[in-house]
Design a protein around this ligand. Structure first.
Ligand SMILES: C[S@@+](CC[C@H](N)C(=O)[O-])C[C@H]1O[C@@H](n2cnc3c(N)ncnc32)[C@H](O)[C@@H]1O
Length: 248
């Protein structure tokens, strides 16, 4: 059986068997990968999800009050006039914050696969002619060369094979001297008070997240050479920022 593809054939190590076909009759799931439809429908695919989750306060709460700190970890890697590829949209004002740093001479491309999120993101960025929302899969973004490629809490939501594809795709689109920035979950310290809560959340709702507790993001790269890697953890180790800077 081949690795998981955009229709979600296989979902190794999770006990999930995903259907081979996406539902072509439901416009909310059209074209989305199988794992997104089967695991995250409640969070991203239904219009009601926007009402519940698309608020700054909700995003902050889900990240235990760490949103600003983590977003700052991305913003400090950008510069005015840069061109940036954002892999998957993010609830709240994240993309607008990127554009604030990039300025009117910069450019932002957001690749997003879920129809509801594509529409939401287009509304969010409607006043910014230097921003584009590109429908598609983060594992196969359009060809291009960017000063920065951003993955903000995307990797923990995707199966292992997909993590490899997304990390590889991100690295392939980094221009010389540019960087890929990954913000995501990480293994917290053994005595971290939120450790049992996060284990429960992952077990119930986020089956692909726990892998980031045991595997380094750099280890998902098929060709990590040619990049200078650095990693920083936050909030007792629960979150990480990994930057891969293309050398030269
Ligand atoms: C980047 S994650 C961010 C999660 C974060 N908790 C937030 O506040 O939005 C969620 C987004 O990723 C999108 N997504 C998931 N898998 C994707 C893929 N393979 N390609 C493009 N977008 C994807 C979902 O549709 C959703 O909009």
């Amino acid at each position: 059986m081949p690795a998981d593809d955009s229709n979600g054939l296989v979902c190794r190590g999770t006990g999930l068997t995903l259907e081979a076909e996406t539902d072509q009759t439901d416009p909310h799931v059209r074209g989305v990968p199988g794992y997104l439809r089967d695991v995250y429908r409640w969070a991203y695919l239904e219009p009601l999800a926007l009402t519940v989750f698309d608020h700054q306060a909700m995003v902050s709460a889900i990240l235990w009050g760490n949103y600003h700190r983590l977003a700052r970890g991305v913003l400090e890697e950008l510069h005015a006039g840069g061109n940036v590829l954002q892999l998957a949209s993010v609830y709240g004002p994240f993309s607008l914050q990127l554009l604030e740093v990039l300025g009117t001479n910069g450019a932002l491309d957001v690749v997003e696969v879920a129809p509801v999120q594509i529409e939401r993101c287009r509304r969010l960025l409607a006043d910014h002619p230097n921003a584009r929302v590109i429908p598609g899969d983060a594992a196969t973004p359009p060809e291009g060369s960017y000063d920065a490629v951003i993955s903000f809490f995307l990797l923990h939501e995707v199966p292992e094979d997909y993590k490899v594809r997304i990390v590889d795709a991100a690295l392939a689109r980094v221009a010389p001297g540019g960087r890929a920035v990954f913000i995501d979950y990480h293994r917290p310290g053994r005595l971290h008070p939120l450790r049992p809560i996060m284990m429960t959340v992952f077990a119930l709702l986020e089956p692909f997240a726990r892998a980031l507790w045991t595997r380094e993001i750099a280890a998902y790269a098929s060709t990590p050479d040619g990049f200078r890697w650095r990693k920083q953890t936050f909030f007792g180790g629960l979150y990480q920022k990994v930057v891969a800077e293309r050398i030269g």
